[in-house]
Ligand binder design. Structure first.
Ligand SMILES: [Zn+2]
Length: 407
């Protein structure tokens, strides 16, 4: 059987078989949670598969989930498979349980999408919907940008109009900001790089655009970064996994939420929800500082994506784990391995959103978009794949080591 590591374009069924076979050979207990509301790209049934090692009264637990953003599962998988070889050879520490989840969003993995079968970005779905009472909210600028971000056509004149529109938005925001500074008498600020270089990623307007998109929204179903209107089936499965597979005896938990895309080519980037002054940020630095760049989401987005208003997975993990083990110390973060520049990833995701609403995934254009999605989130490059495998392997290794030392 060919390994997922060597195939140019990965397929869900093959990846699933490899995950289950290798996990089973490494002595794991396997569980499968069916996702029944839809089928995969080739009509296949979809499952969230879980491999578990270690005792059910362990006090230290490591969970790695792959593919919450569907297509990103394949890169994370090569890391999981590599660590299974380590387990096969050396076993796991006595007082530890290790849980690998592949993939959390099988629909997206099969269809090479970031969202699930309901067009929901799961990393924004772990919101307390009961508290929201049906409120449909989004970032101030998202309303303004909605037609540009989610157009009905993406080629020809529409393509041009859309890019010009985004350029105009950036210039407008820069001018607004310049005016605001002028009123405050901040003359140096008006001539700063962030005001004058509108096309640069440092520009004020560009950051407004990035923030409006990356914050996620709950107002436009099928629009980019839509967080849903209720708990999605994958969200419910994840909560079930936590309640049934994490021992009540757990005292220390490390949770690696696996992603692919952001950061430098083939290099690991850890994004934590803790501010730099928080002791948990310090802990991340001491566990992973030697092998990965560590950023706080407060610095990247100027807000915390795990706040109850944003619905990131860390929120659900903390909520559910503290329910079963109130004194547990949790280190949860998002692990990215970088591929292409953010613009490429953004446009491909955007085109994929258009494709599933207005186009045909099996048409010529559809195949081209799918090819791009596969390449941007699982590059067909042996060097990148080796780096990605190493990045995941190191982070998992550091987690096991950190947990082992924790007292
Ligand atoms: Zn992701």
């Amino acid at each position: 059987m060919k390994s997922i590591f060597t195939v140019p374009r990965p397929k869900y069924r093959q990846a699933r078989n490899e995950f289950r076979n290798k996990a089973s050979k490494a002595g794991a207990t396997l569980r499968s949670y069916p996702i029944t509301y839809a089928r995969g790209q080739f009509g296949e049934k979809l499952f969230v598969d879980v491999a578990v090692w270690g005792r059910n009264d362990a006090t230290k637990v490591l969970v790695v989930d792959a593919g919450m953003h569907g297509v990103e599962a394949y890169g994370a998988l090569i890391g999981l498979l590599a660590y299974m070889r380590v387990i096969r050879r050396f076993g796991i520490p006595q007082d530890m349980r290790i849980i690998f989840i592949f993939p959390l969003n099988p629909h997206g993995t099969s269809w090479l999408r970031r969202v699930n079968g309901h067009f929901v970005d799961l990393s924004r779905n772990f919101l307390n919907f009961a508290l929201q009472k049906g409120r449909r909210f989004c970032h101030l600028h998202y309303d303004e940008l909605n037609d540009l971000i989610n157009p009905k056509e993406i080629r020809g004149l529409s393509w041009l109009t859309q890019r010009l529109g985004m350029g105009a938005f950036i210039i407008k925001q820069n001018m607004r900001e310049a005016l605001r500074r002028m009123k405050q008498g901040d003359l140096r600020g008006i001539f700063s790089r962030e005001i004058l270089m509108f096309w640069s990623e440092y520009s004020y307007g560009w950051r407004c655009l990035k923030r409006a998109i990356s914050m996620g929204q709950y107002k436009y179903p099928k629009g980019m970064q839509y967080g849903g209107s209720c708990e999605e089936p994958e969200n419910i499965v994840l909560r079930t996994i936590i309640r049934t597979l994490i021992p009540k005896t757990v005292k220390f938990l490390a949770w690696v939420n696996g992603h692919i895309g952001l950061g430098e080519w083939g290099k690991p980037l850890i994004i934590t929800e803790f501010g730099r002054a928080d002791p948990m940020f310090e802990q991340c630095v001491s566990w992973y500082g030697k092998v990965a760049r560590i950023e706080s989401s407060h610095d990247i987005y100027a807000f915390s994506t795990a706040s109850p208003d944003m619905g990131a997975i860390e929120h659900a993990v903390t909520e559910e784990v503290l329910e079963i083990a109130p004194n547990c110390e949790i280190t949860a973060f998002c692990l990215e391995v970088g591929t292409y520049p953010l613009w490429n990833l953004g446009w491909a995701t955007h085109a994929d959103g258009w494709l599933h609403q207005y186009g045909n995934p099996f048409s010529k254009v559809g195949k081209k978009i799918k090819k791009e999605m596969a390449e941007y989130f699982y590059p067909d490059d042996p060097t990148w794949r080796r780096k990605c495998r190493k990045a995941y392997l190191r982070i998992i290794g550091c987690s096991v080591h950190g947990l082992s030392e924790a007292t």
